[in-house]
Design a binder for this molecule. Structure first.
Ligand code: KG4
Ligand code: ZN
Length: 352
């Protein structure tokens, strides 16, 4: 089965082609046109600008993708498109393009939830269930309990900021640019703990709080952590901030990693999981990957995280998700009339 995936939920215009059959999924092409450079100067994604660029990019990206995968429209069996959650103006471009192609090519469409698709970045190889999945992106921080590819339930989520949002806001406080996650990580890498013990002493230790780490449920909160960083930064002189930026980034990142890994392991133990998965843009963080892998394996769980290229938004994961969803709910021919964008589409549960 050949699937064309389309993703335009935020600021990446992406198209992918995959070849899928029982137990095997292969990505033939995955083209991502990022608008990061355009939105950088505004310190975040501007929805109207993102939508306008999607309109200009979407058809060239799809053409490039088909060419690179060496397939043509007749070869395609299904079109998978992100229908939500995301920026409504951005989503509409992908959804309306998918519907137009579906009508013109006479192919069925499947609506894909963007958060489920992040998980599906882990579905390229067979998985052992039950699994606990940690989704960490710019807009979401969620724990999902999966009984199979198609049977899942959300068991926890952030009550305020998402983990990626906290990275982005801390980066903004420290003038590190956008997107904040990679910037904070790069600066944190420069921190050399033993080299400034006297500063640690003088400050009484730069350790940030871990809100809700022992809350007994699987929800998260990152707003207090972000505010704690802000208060510390506000008490410092410009020179101190400059001197301690890498330390702040490192300790903030450590706090986020501690919260995420502790809660994920607790969820996996409670639900007797065999596998722990991680997905979403923040899953590109090397220290988080290493820490969750180490803790998962130490507790007897298999650990999976997609390749870096499949962590941030891309249509490859949309097409893979489309394959697994279509195995359960076969899309009817000419179903394009029923497909629409839903910017608030919650990933709650789906029973196979
Ligand atoms: O999944 P994604 O590409 O888009 C959303 O659906 O939100 O995630 C983007 C988020 C941003 O907040 C970005 O700062 C964060 O992922 N991110 C990272 C890293 N790379 C991207 N956060 C921490 N460390 C990274 N290396
Ligand atoms: Zn995403």
């Amino acid at each position: 089965m050949i699937i064309l995936g389309i993703e335009t939920s935020c600021d990446e215009t992406s198209a992918a082609v995959i070849k899928a059959s029982r137990g095997s999924v292969k990505i033939l092409a995955n083209i991502v046109s990022s608008q990061i450079e355009i939105h950088k100067k505004y310190g975040g994604v501007v929805p109207e600008i993102a939508a306008r660029h999607h309109v200009g990019n979407i058809l060239p990206v799809i053409s490039e993708c088909l060419e690179s995968a060496k397939v043509n429209q007749e070869d395609i069996d299904l079109i998978a498109v992100t229908s939500g959650p995301g920026l409504i103006t951005s989503l509409i471009v992908g959804v309306e393009t998918a519907k137009s192609l579906s009508y013109a090519w006479n192919k069925p469409i499947i609506s894909v939830n963007h958060m489920y698709a992040h998980l599906a970045g882990n579905f390229l190889a067979p998985l052992e269930f039950p699994a606990i999945a940690l989704i960490v992106s710019g807009g979401h921080t969620e724990l999902i309990h999966l009984k199979s590819y198609n049977d899942y339930k959300k068991i926890g989520q952030t009550l305020d900021d998402a983990a990626g949002e906290a990275f982005d806001k801390v980066a903004k406080m420290l003038d590190l640019g956008y997107p904040g996650g990679p910037a904070v990580f790069a600066v944190a890498e420069k921190f050399n703990l033993p080299s400034i013990p006297s500063l640690e002493q003088e400050w009484g230790g730069l350790v940030f709080p871990r809100p809700m780490i022992n809350s007994g449920d699987f929800n998260f909160s990152f707003s207090g952590l972000k505010t704690s960083v802000l208060y510390k930064v506000q008490k410092m002189t410009k020179a101190e901030i400059k001197q301690r930026t890498s330390e702040i980034c490192f300790e903030f990142q450590e706090a986020v990693i501690d919260i995420l890994t502790t809660k994920t392991i607790k969820a996996a133990v409670k639900h007797q999981a065999k596998t722990i998965l991680m997905a979403g843009g923040v899953a590109a963080n090397k220290n988080l990957r290493e820490s969750l892998q180490q803790k998962s394996e130490a507790n007897g769980f298999k650990f999976l995280v997609p390749d870096f290229s499949l962590c941030t938004d891309n249509a490859g994961m949309i097409a893979v998700a489309g394959y697994y969803l279509s195995q359960k709910d076969k899309p009817a021919p000419n179903n394009w009339k029923n497909i629409k964008a839903d910017s608030n589409w919650e990933l709650s549960s789906h029973n196979a």
